[in-house]
Design a protein around this ligand. Structure first.
Ligand code: ZN
Length: 181
């Protein structure tokens, strides 16, 4: 789907399961027909932490990600296990900037434990995979999709994520192919 020279870079931020990240890299590579690299993990920027909210300001972390980008053919996806916010919202699952080629995804509210439910690694991986494809897809398309089954649909909660597929609808697939690198 993508041109070969395009590259997706996963940046693990903080404590993450390397096995899951590796598996995710394989899924992103399949979804975008692109090379995927995983760079060495970094710690979340301390200045992004809001002690009152017990959350990280996602835009601050996102702007740091941008500095890791070697060139404009790279799409960076930061993955973090911390809760993210922006000043106008109580929390965000993710934040992305297609013009900077960077996206940041939090696993914090994707986990069943957050809702007081038993751990479910398989379900959580499916969610992380869909939202990771959604965010990298957003870097290419700079839009979401209104089809609730399409991976580019913007989830308002995890039931939306569980309902959607991990693939692009025909419209999104077409746009993805047309998109210049
Ligand atoms: Zn779509």
């Amino acid at each position: 789907m993508m041109k070969a020279r395009q590259k997706i870079i996963i940046v693990p931020i903080g404590e993450l399961d390397f096995f899951q990240i590796n598996k995710l890299a394989g899924k992103l590579s399949e979804a975008f027909t692109s090379a995927v690299d995983i760079v060495q993990g970094t710690e979340p920027a301390p200045e992004a932490y809001h002690p009152g909210r017990l959350q990280y300001f996602s835009t601050v972390i996102l702007s740091k990600l941008e500095r890791l980008r070697a060139n404009n053919r790279e799409k960076l996806l930061g993955i973090i296990d911390e809760d993210l916010y922006i000043p106008t919202k109580p929390f965000v699952y993710h934040e992305s900037d297609p013009y900077a080629g960077c996206a940041l995804l939090s696993c914090y509210r994707i986990k069943q434990e957050f809702y007081g439910l038993p751990e479910d690694d398989k379900l959580v991986f499916e969610r992380v995979k869909k939202e990771a494809i959604n965010q990298v897809g957003y870097l290419f398309l700079a839009r979401y999709c209104r089809n609730p089954r399409c991976v580019m649909y913007r989830s308002t909660d995890m039931s939306d994520t569980d309902f959607k597929n991990d693939t692009f609808c025909d419209n999104c697939r077409r746009d993805m192919v047309r998109k210049p690198v």
